[in-house]
Design a protein around this ligand. Structure first.
Ligand code: NAD
Length: 492
């Protein structure tokens, strides 16, 4: 069991509602360290009644919070940023224990989360809208942005320290109240985050934490007091959430799963491209929506590139994320590990060439962990399941292509549109890739195209449902509605 101040007797995670820690009243599951099998905490699920209490607390806090001067609203956010930085090391260690990734990855993730708090601290400038003097004879006209009420975010297991911060800071900086429902698979970082929220001094009711699973999500989607929903998770659930929230007249942004490509042309620096391809595919055990896990490589350099990738992948150390030498940590659960292993078996049966087989990996001292070594397939054709579906594990496919046109065609036919990267020495190829790639996050000579917090997080097709994305300016638009003031003051 972990020791957190907010966790009550018996190591049970708790909800944070109206400034108090409370027990949820529904069914229970457990949070387990994926590398050791150790039970870290019991996770009681929130019922519709628990969700109702949280939303009511948010509604009650909204009027006073939204009326506060914006400069006052951002002060607790500045404190939260400092607290997150002061506690970055203990948060990172907790994240590793609850998720399975490495310490370096956990630190990097938290840094990307903190960036969003920093951006939201700039809300006094970002929330401004336009004014036009003399829009008509004697009339001045202004556009303003107003917060709406209570918003909720439902987040996945793979970035438990970063993804809640894609939403929380912007929601409250713009003057709304907020409810977070983190993944039930690893809710401990959110638990600790809310201890820091408590310390940062937000007024009671501005921020709520509710733990739970699908029923808790549905209670949020159906609750008439919730103005809008942010969701990040798999595509089937993103679709369900999008439809159900929209049916209840809510604003909704729903980010889904992915299948991302790397394209390597004959003019690329192959060693650099191979190193970045391996880090993109295998970092965080491949459990990243931005992981590029299919590399489309020009035939003239395919064999050389494949050799470099296999050599680099084989050098990755699989192990417990808390141990410094580990490059690839544990997968989130035994069930997910089995799903990924099934994909590897499917690849073998489909006739892809197994260039590196990670299935026999063992991690000494952690035999109970959910480990799978880096696995590389060659000659992966477009029709194969492993080329089309999200695997979400340390599995990379390579495929030869005649040229950039063939690669773009294959990439653009994917039903997903989250991310892609091109490795090339040609500016003309880079331009073509940017113009013709039907993908939300496009990188050139960049392994993983993850936007900084001051840009929106792209995502097209089945990787995103909605119009306003996470992070940056889009969040200001999502969390506010526009009004127009038209004024005339005739002279006496
Ligand atoms: P998931 O869809 O299983 O769960 C996400 C959230 O939805 C959790 O909080 C969970 O409790 C809830 N949920 C699960 N099933 C539900 C249901 N039937 N009804 C209502 N709510 C439900 O996703 P996951 O396994 O936690 O995360 C991995 C997925 O998230 C991958 O597909 C990955 O690509 C995606 N992801 C996408 C992005 C992005 O920006 N597009 C970022 C991170 C992760």
């Amino acid at each position: 069991m972990v020791e957190l101040e907010s966790i009550g007797q018996g190591g049970r995670v708790r909800n944070y509602v109206g400034g108090d820690w409370r027990d949820a009243s529904g069914d229970e599951s457990t949070s387990v360290n994926p590398a050791t099998g150790e039970t870290l905490a019991t996770v009681p699920f929130s019922s519709a009644g628990d969700v109702d209490e949280a939303v009511r607390a948010g509604s009650e806090a909204f009027d006073a919070w939204s009326a506060r001067p914006v400069e006052e609203r951002i002060q607790p956010l500045f404190r939260l940023k400092s607290l997150l930085e002061d506690h970055q090391d203990d948060l990172a260690a907790l994240l590793v224990r609850d998720h399975g990734k490495t310490l370096a990855e956990a630190r990097g993730e938290l840094r990307r989360g903190i960036e969003n708090v920093e951006v939201a601290c700039g809300i006094p400038s970002m929330m401004q809208s336009g004014t036009l003097l003399n829009a008509a004879p004697g009339i001045d006209e202004s556009a303003v942005r107003k917060p709406l009420g209570v918003f909720a975010a439902i987040t996945p297991f793979n970035f438990p320290g970063m993804i809640p911060l894609w939403f929380l800071p912007y929601a409250v900086a713009t003057g709304n109240s907020f409810v977070l429902k983190p993944s039930e698979q690893n809710p401990l970082v959110a638990q600790r985050l809310f201890e820091l929220v408590d310390e940062a001094g937000f007024p009671d009711g501005v921020l709520q934490l509710v733990n739970g699973g699908p029923d808790t999500v549905n209670a949020l989607l159906d609750h008439e007091g919730v103005e809008g929903i942010s969701f990040v998770g798999s595509t089937p659930v993103a679709k369900l959430v999008y439809e159900r929230a929209a049916k209840h007249g809510k604003r909704v942004q729903a980010q889904g799963g992915a299948k991302n490509h790397i394209v390597v042309t004959g003019t690329a620096d192959l060693e650099f491209a191979a190193e970045k391809t391996v880090s993109s595919a295998f970092a965080c055990g491949g459990e990243r929506c931005l992981a590029n896990d299919v590399a489309l490589v020009e035939e003239s350099v395919y064999d050389e590139f494949a050799d470099l990738v296999v050599e680099e992948a084989a050098s990755q150390v699989v192990g417990y994320g808390l141990e410094e030498e580990t490059d690839i940590g544990a997968l989130i659960s035994p069930e997910h590990e089995q799903t990924v292993r099934n994909y590897v078996q499917t690849g073998v049966e489909e006739g892809a060439k197994l260039l590196l087989d990670g299935r026999d990996v063992t991690v000494e001292g952690h035999e109970g962990g959910n480990f799978l070594g880096p696995t590389v397939f060659g000659d992966v054709t477009e029709d194969m399941v492993i080329s089309r579906e999200e695997i979400f594990g340390p599995v990379l496919g390579l495929a030869p292509v005649a040229d950039l046109d063939e690669a773009l065609g294959r990439m653009n036919r994917s039903r997903f549109g989250n991310a892609a990267s091109l490795f090339t020495g040609s500016g003309a190829d880079a331009r073509k890739f940017r113009h013709e790639g039907e993908i939300g996050n496009l990188g050139v000579n960049v392994g993983t195209s993850a936007p900084m917090a001051f840009f929106h997080f792209g995502g097209w097709k089945d990787s995103f449902f909605g119009d306003l994305h996470a992070q940056g300016e889009d969040m200001i638009h999502f969390y506010t509605d526009k009004a127009i003031y038209i004024e005339r003051w005739p002279e006496a």
